[in-house]
Design a protein around this ligand. Structure first.
Ligand SMILES: [Zn+2]
Length: 206
């Protein structure tokens, strides 16, 4: 290989304007392009919808996600967000917000690769809505898995690595998902992972 030049800092997607440097808030995002309000330069863009399968730990996300992965066609990319999350991402609200921003950027990249993104892992609708890059995504469909208190308690007790002191907070979180507005809720209490994955797949038309 000749030369040792570093690759350009440009990526396949520009959130800020590559022509004049105006920031992300100055960009108008349409379905197939982004236009800078400052200098009017247009660039091609793929504004994707996102399927976000969420819920409390123990609600059945990972198990359903594994089945979902086998059910969906190759146009979908299913990402288990626990696999890309580091302990340092969950230290406080600020680090968690930047983790969600990272996921948002990942989702945009998946869409530019010609695929439909599906995230499986804990997050809430407002954590997405608060993102400065939120206009770069289309519709986010949140699918919240939840179960009964007794069932969650049973599942959490099976996780021997989980500190028992975390259980009350997780039971509260599960209750929040059970009544959360603007999400499609799926009760996993008596449902098999196949049932749950089938319901999610039906929502995706896959
Ligand atoms: Zn510009």
């Amino acid at each position: 290989m000749e030369g040792s030049a570093m690759p350009s800092s440009r990526t396949i997607v520009d959130f800020a304007c590559p022509a004049c440097g105006a920031g992300v808030k100055t960009q108008r995002v349409a379905a197939t392009y982004v236009q800078c309000r400052e200098c009017s330069t247009r660039r091609p863009f793929v504004r994707t919808d996102l399927i976000n399968v969420t819920g409390c730990p123990g609600a059945g996300k990972t198990t359903a996600g594994r089945v979902l992965l086998r059910r969906l066609g190759p146009e979908f990319v299913v990402v288990d967000t626990d696999l890309v999350c580091q302990p340092t991402d969950n230290v406080d609200e600020r680090t968690w917000n930047s983790f969600i921003e990272c996921l948002l950027r990942l989702v945009v990249c998946i869409a530019h690769g010609g695929h439909r993104p599906v995230l499986v892992g804990y997050s809430t609708p407002w954590q997405w809505d608060d993102q400065p890059l939120r206009p770069f995504l289309g519709r986010i469909r949140h699918i919240a898995l939840y179960c009964s208190d007794a069932e969650l308690d049973r599942r959490l007790r099976q996780r021997e690595w989980l500190d028992a002191r975390e259980r009350p907070g997780l039971l509260d979180l599960n209750r929040r998902f059970r009544t959360m507005p603007d999400v499609h809720r799926i009760d996993t209490t008596g449902a098999s992972p196949d049932d749950v994955a089938a319901e999610i797949a039906a929502l995706l038309g896959g």
